[in-house]
Design a protein around this ligand. Structure first.
Ligand code: PFF
Length: 474
């Protein structure tokens, strides 16, 4: 069974793939501005506590369920009991929803990277001012780059676990890390950068105490999306792990690396904005407007183009290694089904089928031009306009609508139910402990994990669920 599903070739390869899934747009774009807007260092502190308690525990839960059952999200829950299959379907549904809008954004990142490359080669066609607004209303362009990004995903996932996902991640992730480091060092040498570090690192405890609930919900939401938890992605990646792997150790390494990259992106973006007098805007504006201006006008000249090219290349890598994991969640579902029926997995065909469905699901995100609407030149209106719904975050554009469904509802619900199943229904020792000890490693921290599965994760996820629903519908 294991052989025709595929398996990771090495521990390093698995870690690069799993960290690649975790490190994505969430780290490079979401973390810096959420941190800046929610108490700086105080946010970092709450975030770290959440990673250690909720993040590491949920990661361990997903990896252990995946490896124990040897199945992707749906198959894994079915193996535990047929009555839990629907939880796996929630994960695959989230996979489809996220990979669509994620690839639309990935396409825009690709366009920016090529823009800076064109600048470097002395070609015109990448105006600094107003490019983003014009680009999201340029439907043929948006669709073309959306399609190219999806094809890149298909090519990698088609290659299989060790021959596709692992092979790509093993080269791409160290490259991402090196480029990020170079930009951080360059930015650190610019006058005025210090303000950015202060903004990020000095804890505003007054802010924390008077806004504790807000900080907690933003940090918790960011944490589990950033760690790719709650939708069976790590169940799927865990299902390709060898029985000799130490699960507890891997459950520490992945969140640690993901958090390191999130902090590094903060130390790249915030000081860069500070040095060049830019506002720390949230939303797509930060990644596509503010940062473009930082490179073209702040740094300027050849160095600005080099740094800009490297920056969008590293964001592109981050986006690809995450979206392939999302597509793999969907693909593994079909492959598992075929294997159960004794058929050949036909990975190539299954990957293409799932990518085409995901592409169609994601289309409205591109077609409404991230909320540009028909009035602004897009080909489709946002959900509020289309269905005559009240205007709120979840209906303002298709990206937010999909984000609401997946990150707002399905994922926190998925993580909450999984931890309740582990802690209360199957028992931490039985379900997780036994699987951990298969590799002859002792189940270190058994008591701690048990408390987290039983109480901490369900409570925090319930808070996230309520908070997300109220903020998206607000
Ligand atoms: N962790 C990714 C990010 O931070 O951008 C997003 C993501 C990837 C979420 C894979 C969920 C997932 F299964």
């Amino acid at each position: 069974m294991e052989n025709n599903r595929g398996q990771w070739g090495s521990t390093f390869g698995f870690i690069m793939a799993a960290v690649g899934s975790a490190v994505g747009l969430g780290n490079i774009w979401g973390f810096p501005y959420k941190c800046g807007a929610n108490g700086g260092g105080a946010f970092v502190l709450v975030y770290l506590i959440l990673v250690i308690s909720v993040g590491v525990t949920t990661m361990l839960g997903e990896l252990a369920i995946g490896r124990k059952t040897g199945r992707g999200a749906v198959g894994a829950y079915t193996s535990l009991s047929k009555k839990y299959t629907w939880i796996g379907y929630m994960g695959v549904a989230s996979g489809f929803i996220i990979v669509g809008f994620y690839s639309v954004l990935g396409g825009i990142v690709l366009r920016y990277m090529l823009g800076f490359l064109m600048n470097l080669l002395g070609m015109s066609g990448f105006p600094a001012e107003g490019f983003f607004g014009a680009w999201i209303a340029n439907m043929p362009g948006m669709l073309l780059f959306y399609a190219i990004f999806m094809i890149i995903n298909i090519v990698i996932v088609m290659g299989g676990i060790s021959g596709g996902i692992e092979k790509f991640s093993k080269i791409a992730m160290p490259a991402l890390f090196a480029m990020l480091l170079i930009i951080i060092v360059y930015v650190a040498c610019q006058p005025g950068a210090a303000e950015g570090y202060k903004y990020m690192w000095i804890p505003d405890f007054n802010y924390l105490f008077s806004n504790f609930f807000t900080v907690l919900k933003v940090a918790a939401g960011q944490m589990f999306f950033s760690l790719s938890l709650g939708m069976g992605c790590m169940i799927t990646y865990g299902s390709y792990l060898s029985k000799s792997e130490n699960l507890v150790r891997n459950s520490l390494i992945i969140p640690f690396s993901d958090t390191t990259v999130a902090l590094m992106s903060g130390m790249c973006i915030l000081p860069a904005c500070a040095a060049y007098g830019m506002e720390y805007a949230g939303g797509p504006g930060l990644l596509f407007n503010t940062m473009q201006t930082v490179f073209t006008q702040g740094m300027g000249g050849t160095i600005g183009n080099i740094m800009g090219f490297m920056f969008y290349l590293l964001v592109l890598i981050a986006a690809i290694t995450s979206s392939i994991s999302l597509l793999e969640v969907c693909t593994a579902y079909l492959i598992d089904k075929r294997i159960e029926k004794g058929k050949d997995p036909q990975r190539v065909k299954m990957t293409v089928i799932m990518a085409v469905i995901a592409f169609v699901v994601g289309l409205p995100t591109a077609l409404d031009g991230l909320g540009t609407n028909v009035a602004g030149g897009a080909w489709m209106n946002n959900p509020a306009e289309m269905f005559g719904l009240p205007v709120m975050t979840a209906t303002a554009d298709w990206l937010d609508f999909y984000d609401f469904l997946a990150e707002g509802v399905l994922m926190p619900l998925g993580a909450m139910i999984m931890s309740i199943l582990i802690g209360w229904v199957f028992g931490t020792k039985k379900l997780i402990g036994e699987e951990v000890e298969v590799s002859a490693a002792k189940f270190t921290g058994a008591k701690f994990f048990d408390i987290c599965f039983k109480f901490v994760v369900p409570v925090i996820m319930a808070i996230v669920l309520v908070a997300q629903i109220t903020s998206f519908l607000g």
